[in-house]
Design a protein around this ligand. Structure first.
Ligand SMILES: Cc1cc2nc3c(=O)[nH]c(=O)nc-3n(C[C@H](O)[C@H](O)[C@H](O)COP(=O)(O)O)c2cc1C
Length: 401
């Protein structure tokens, strides 16, 4: 059996109600994106291998996993792996996480002066307790002085090299502590090139629904800067609906592309008013999965490490398909390419697209969580002395490079 010719054409079908979007191209300084579609940064997922795979199906901006500014400045091995791009990647996009303004500034300067990135995004959306407990991620925009100082330095360094700088934020800490409109205006005034809003609060984590009404309010409040909508797009039709309901200039997709890199092809089709959508047979999916394996092995320069990383994608790729318990558990433990090929050969390659069973939500969901914040964080919009002392150490033990 032949497995995985690169970019094998997938089986396609037609949607019942094709809609044509009339979105202008997305411009970030000198960068142009015919499809205003962004692969949302996902730690452990959007490495160079996955970004290349997505780009084989459609145009867009493909953002890397977040990298910690401090680790980058220290040039740790892992941070240098995270920012590594393949020559085939048209735009080298890097997402930085940082809390301490001088460190973030130094990280941006390093990326720009050494020509390591064509686009830089700053992460203010992470809800992980280990991050927010130190005032980082989605906790940070609450502190106006810190946010402003951090952004100002980052924008100055990025623009010195004409590299676009964007930010990604959430709605706020919780419904009583919303920051997004104010944060968006501050970011615009400082000169960022676009803002992505994940329309959830920090304490929602990934639970419930993204608040697309908030996206519409955000768009309206910021008519003079590109706004990218993020949250709960799982199909090209969802993307069309988001644009129609909110007026955003572009869409950003995370969990919806997990195990479904061809979604970028569907999005491009939808943007052009084409009714054609990928409807992969089980054999098509196996082929893409095998290609992902090859790209991961190339990325990690190690067969075992690449396949170890592939394991987390099994459930997403084969969602809704009849795979059988034995193959499924074998794939989840796979450690050699021969073994992978033997397992994939056991599948019924002609099994058709299962329809709804393969669609809908995927990836993280869960329930709301109590915010983990530094002590007295919510008492004021400005840093106190204790917080100032804390942020100077805040990045020391955050993973992400
Ligand atoms: C596994 C995983 C890892 C993520 N890592 C990051 C990250 O490194 N940086 C970031 O800004 N957001 C991160 N996110 C959030 C996503 O970029 C996105 O904002 C969120 O999943 C909502 O979009 P969606 O509904 O399209 O998934 C992550 C999400 C998931 C599920």
């Amino acid at each position: 059996m032949t497995i995985a010719s690169p970019i094998a054409p997938l089986s396609t079908g037609e949607t019942d109600h094709p809609v044509k979007l009339t979105l202008p191209e997305l411009r970030l300084r000198d960068l142009r994106f015919a499809s205003p579609v962004v692969l949302s940064p996902m730690a452990g997922i959007t490495n160079s291998a996955f970004r290349r795979l997505c780009a084989e199906y459609g145009d867009g901006l493909f953002v890397c996993e977040m990298v910690t500014s401090r680790a980058l400045v220290e040039r740790t091995r892992e941070s240098m792996r995270i920012i590594k791009h393949h020559p085939a990647e048209r735009v080298r996009s890097v997402q930085l996480y940082g809390v301490e303004p001088n460190t973030v500034r130094a990280a941006v300067r390093m990326l720009v002066e050494e020509g390591r990135a064509d686009h830089i995004d700053l992460n203010f959306g992470c809800p992980a307790p280990k991050v927010t407990r130190k005032g980082g991620g989605s906790a940070l925009p609450w502190k106006i002085d810190l946010f402003q100082r951090l952004l100002t330095g980052a924008v100055e360094e990025a623009h010195a090299g004409n590299v676009p700088l964007t930010v990604k934020v959430r709605k706020g800490i919780d419904d009583d502590h919303l920051t997004y409109i104010e944060t968006g205006k501050m970011a615009r005034d400082v000169g960022v090139d676009a803002i992505a809003l994940h329309a959830r609060t920090m304490n929602q984590h990934y639970s419930g629904h993204a608040d697309w009404k908030a996206l519409a309010r955000f768009r309206e409040a910021l008519p003079d800067i590109p706004v990218i909508g993020n949250g709960d797009i799982f199909s090209a039709e969802d993307a069309v609906e988001m644009v129609e309901q909110t007026g955003v200039d572009g869409v950003q997709i995370g969990r919806g592309v997990q195990g479904k890199p061809w979604l970028f092809g569907d999005l491009e089709a939808a943007l052009n008013g084409s009714p054609v959508r990928y409807r992969p047979t089980l054999g098509d999916v196996a082929g893409v999965f095998r290609r992902h394996a090859d790209l991961l092995i190339e990325h990690f320069e190690d067969e075992f490490r690449g396949l170890q990383d592939l394991r987390k994608h099994v459930a997403w790729y084969f969602k809704g398909y009849e795979v059988g318990g034995e193959v499924r558990s074998g794939l989840a433990r796979v450690s050699a390419l021969d073994e992978l090929d033997d397992l994939l050969a056991k599948l019924d390659w002609d099994a058709p697209y299962p329809g709804r069973a393969a669609e809908g939500t995927r990836g993280r969901a869960g329930s709301p969580k109590r915010p983990h914040l530094p002590q007295n964080w919510l008492d004021s919009r400005y840093l106190n002395d204790e917080h100032k002392a804390m942020i100077s150490h805040a990045e020391l033990d955050i993973s992400g490079g």
